[in-house]
Design a protein. Structure first.
Length: 545
């Protein structure tokens, strides 16, 4: 079926495009027609007007290329997925300014984690873009650019207020938090009325290939007919699949730039738990088997073991919860300890690394109890440290960062510190425990390995032998392979070694201590295979970026 539009009214293209964008065409070929119409409205060829209006800003070539591609080839909407530390904020700012100068963006909403709002405002100001941070009052209505916490706006009464408005441009930072369509984050962004949409994330795939499909539906709903087509095309027809992904996603890797990047030196230290920490860890494993709760409460079991690998104090704190009273009854006297028993092999190793290096060190842990323990332990040995965690107000976070730069030897951060911090003055990061998601590790490393880093960075993993951390490490490697299969080659996160599925299977059958452990390992392997990780890797899919 063909159709034509006949009109003599001025501005009909703008009105028609606005209608099409707000209704997000769900057909791939119609999306291409919209793209052509968008191009016909642009003047001055492929020249970026914005660069002339930001004289104090000298963008890097890859940032200019990204902005040109988004403006002239991608309808002004895209997933900006450069590796951590390459300046996605600057790319978004150039695009924002360009759309403003072309009178295509008079109302802009930037959604960020609350801890990054001030940083965004400062960076935009340095580029000549004025903005206001929404804090629940009405002053924001007088500004063309509003920066707001997505956690604030996704809830009433702000949700209704903002979904009733129309925005020319919406920018979402840390957009991997939209990868689950069932979350309020995704549903809120999806419900916003907008013409242009920029999603910024260095990790568009974290656990499953479907996460990238979810993000693509926000930017270009018609790119794939459904999730099944996405998965089928990614497996069966890599050329068409990557052509379509390249039409909405830009991913620049560090090695693709002309910048001389420092190296990543990765060291994996396998440690033997000893003393009380080993005794407690083994006792918890045994108690779960006695209670026969491994199958019915497997996640609880694994979480406690992970905490036991982080520190004894983290595990003891978790055991205090009401839900673990039966387990505590089985454990009995082992829970009665003295402060001297709390020393961990990881604490001793961190202290040794700090004393050898004689410069600043960034330590990450998932658990607040471990963070407090490490600060106390280091203080006993005359090592100064600062903490960084969620819940700190903007001023305190900046204060902690300044103290680390100017005075303290160590910063001990929870996962809240893996976003937005610029710590190029530090060149060593220690992972005191492991998350389930390898992309969280990349975000941690990106705090120090980014533009402005002048030294080779040291990345140290502290892992406990004969614990759940051995299994988590294998799972993380498999997830990295999945990321590379869908997105393309990624900078080194874990190590250069590859753990094959066959080796993992052999480990599950030969080295497990119980039938329940064998079942758990096989379930992990089954989940990985279900995500096509192995199939993708075998096909050697590569993106064209």
């Amino acid at each position: 079926m063909t159709f034509s539009i006949v009109t003599h009214e001025a501005g009909w293209k703008e009105d028609f495009l606005s209608y099409l964008y707000s209704n997000r065409p769900s057909n791939y070929h119609l999306n291409r027609k919209v793209q052509q119409l968008h191009k016909s409205m642009l003047v001055n060829g492929r020249e970026l007007l914005s660069l002339k209006f930001m004289p104090m800003f000298q963008p890097l070539p890859h940032q200019i290329n990204a902005a040109e591609k988004v403006i002239f080839d991608m309808n002004g909407s895209a997933i900006l997925a450069d590796e951590v530390g390459l300046g996605k904020t600057a790319e978004a700012a150039i695009i924002l300014k360009e759309l403003q100068l072309r009178h295509l963006a008079t109302s802009v909403l930037i959604l960020v984690p609350s801890s990054l709002a001030g940083q965004w405002q400062s960076e935009l100001y340095n580029l000549g873009i004025s903005s206001i941070i929404h804090k629940g009052k009405k002053e924001w209505r007088t500004y063309p650019v509003t920066i707001a916490s997505i956690d604030l706006l996704k809830r009433e009464p702000f949700r209704t207020i903002f979904t009733d408005l129309y925005f020319d441009l919406v920018i979402v930072d840390e957009a991997h938090k939209l990868s689950n369509p069932k979350t309020m984050n995704y549903q809120f962004v999806s419900s916003l009325q907008k013409t242009y949409l920029l999603l910024l994330t260095a990790t568009p795939v974290q656990n499953k290939s479907e996460e990238l499909f979810t993000l693509s539906t926000l930017v270009s709903p018609g790119l794939f007919e459904d999730k099944k087509e996405f998965k089928r095309m990614s497996l069966e027809n890599s050329k068409i699949f990557h052509e379509r992904m390249n039409s909405l996603m830009i991913r620049t890797r560090k090695k693709d730039t002309d910048i001389k990047w420092t190296k990543r030196n990765i060291e994996i230290k396998w440690l033997d738990q000893s003393g009380y920490e080993r005794e407690l860890y083994v006792a918890v494993e045994k108690a779960f088997r006695e209670l026969k709760r491994v199958n019915t409460h497997q996640f609880t079991h694994l979480t406690l073991l992970k905490q036991g690998c982080s520190s004894s104090i983290a595990l003891l704190k978790a055991l205090k919860r009401e839900q673990h009273k039966d387990l505590c009854h089985v454990l009995g006297p082992i829970l009665n300890i003295t402060p001297g028993q709390l020393e961990t092999v990881k604490g001793k190793e961190i202290l040794e690394i700090i004393n050898k290096r004689k410069d600043k060190v960034l330590v990450f842990t998932q658990y607040r109890a471990t963070q407090l323990y490490l600060q106390w332990y280091l203080k006993q040995h005359n090592v100064s440290s600062v903490m960084f965690r969620g819940g700190f107000k903007k001023g305190k976070k900046k204060w902690m960062t300044d103290l680390f730069r100017d005075h303290a030897d160590v910063m001990i951060a929870t996962e809240a510190g893996s976003e937005g911090l610029n710590l190029q003055f530090c060149s060593c990061v220690i992972h005191a425990d492991l998350p389930w998601n390898p992309m969280k590790l990349e975000q941690r490393i990106g705090r120090i390995h980014r533009l402005g880093q002048e030294k080779d960075v040291e990345i140290i993993y502290l892992l406990n032998k004969n614990t759940i951390e051995e299994r988590i490490w294998t799972l993380l490697e498999n997830k990295v392979h999945l990321f590379e299969a869908i997105i393309g080659e990624h900078e080194q996160i874990l190590s250069t070694e590859r753990i094959e599925a066959e080796k993992y299977l052999e480990d599950a059958l030969m080295n497990s201590r119980s039938e329940e452990e064998i079942k758990y390992k096989l379930n992990l392997l089954e989940d990985y295979l279900a995500n096509e990780g192995v199939n993708h890797a075998e096909r050697g899919l590569q993106t064209g970026n």
